[in-house]
Design a protein around this ligand. Structure first.
Ligand code: ADP
Ligand code: MG
Length: 323
């Protein structure tokens, strides 16, 4: 059973950034409005995630570490609507199988909080404790018991960069949540959580970027496109800053990326990879989500409609801007 957990863990948990992604998504699912991620040694030594969300009931804490223990699917309908980020009940069990996890949590109504420590998938401590409402997870010594996986980790600074990237994208997806990232004692991200996408862009990428973005806004045939596209002065030689979100989630979709680049190229007569924070919202039943461990791929029932709408949205934005 434990070996099975360790093998399954590899599919979801590849590196510290995967732990951060899963845990921040859990905090979001728990309605947190403020989330802090603190790491040491690229997250390999420790990852601490503090949220002010709903917390976990005392009796449910140990259960949450079991595979397929999810509190989130109530019906197939829920699954197709994907109202929550996670839905498979895999992440916590996978993380706990390959690290030492400590959790301190308290719900609004509970008299005391609960503290549980799980090492390599086994509960080694469970006790009541004082705690504020919300949940704190500390994941220590990732892959301490899976040397083969440990070996594949990159330099601490590289792992920290992956984490930075995951957190930036989640922060852009959710400008309504204040997200803080502390790397080796230094605060490197702190978004306001004021619902405003431009202030979130400003806080993540700085003044020069925030000044060089053009708002995009178009709704056509049920496809809503919003966000920002950057002026050529902040475009890049690679696609790292082409950030696309579908129905509030960070995704990869070839159709949207191509539409953005083609519109950009046609308007500006130069081939560039524009800085983009583009949100595409479609009726949930018209999008197929294929959950892949590393990235989330989506397919639309009408790819053509999405292509044309994104193309028009970006093209209109550029034609109205002074460049
Ligand atoms: P899933 O998110 O797919 O349900 P996970 O393994 O990620 O599965 O989490 C298992 C369960 O643990 C969740 O369904 C939730 O009930 C609980 N949980 C995990 N993290 C948190 C959190 N930060 N706040 C509240 N509950 C949480
Ligand atoms: Mg989850």
């Amino acid at each position: 059973e434990n070996t099975a957990n360790q093998i399954a863990a590899g599919e979801v948990i590849e590196r510290p950034a995967s732990v951060v992604k899963e845990m921040v998504e859990n905090a979001i699912d728990a309605h947190a409005t403020s989330i802090t991620v603190e790491i040491t040694n690229g997250g390999v030594k420790s990852i601490k995630i503090v949220d002010n969300g709903d917390g976990i009931e005392g009796d449910d804490v140990e259960l949450a570490f079991e595979r397929h223990a999810t509190s989130k699917i109530r019906s197939i309908d829920d699954l197709t609507r994907l109202s929550t980020m996670g839905f498979r009940g895999e992440a916590l069990a996978s993380i706990a199988a390959v690290s030492k996890v400590e959790v301190i949590t308290k719900t609004e109504d509970a008299k005391t909080g609960t503290r549980v420590i799980v090492e390599g998938g086994k509960v080694v401590l469970s006790e009541p404790t004082g705690a504020p409402k919300g949940t704190t997870f500390i994941v220590r010594e990732l892959f301490y018991n899976t040397p083969a996986r440990y070996k594949f980790l990159k330099k601490d600074t590289t792992e920290a960069t992956y984490i930075h990237d995951v957190i930036s994208k989640i922060a852009l997806a959710r400008p309504d949540i204040s997200i803080k990232f502390v790397n080796q004692g230094k605060t490197v991200i702190h978004t306001p959580g004021n619902h405003d996408l431009l202030s979130t862009v400003y806080s993540l990428f700085g003044k020069d970027t925030a000044r060089a973005v053009i708002p995009v806004n178009l709704t056509f045939n049920g496809v809503k496109v919003s966000g920002f596209v950057g002026k050529p002065e902040i475009s890049r030689g690679n696609r790292n800053l082409e950030m696309v979100f579908v129905n509030g989630r960070v995704v990869y979709n070839r159709t949207i990326i191509t539409a953005i680049e083609e519109a950009y190229k046609t308007r500006l007569m130069q081939k560039r990879f524009p800085f983009t924070v583009l949100k595409v919202d479609v009726p949930p039943e018209t999008v197929d989500v294929n959950v892949h461990p590393a990235k989330l791929e989506v397919r639309f029932s009408d790819e053509n409609m999405v292509y044309r709408t994104v193309y028009m949205a970006v093209s209109d934005a550029l034609s109205g801007a002074s460049l």
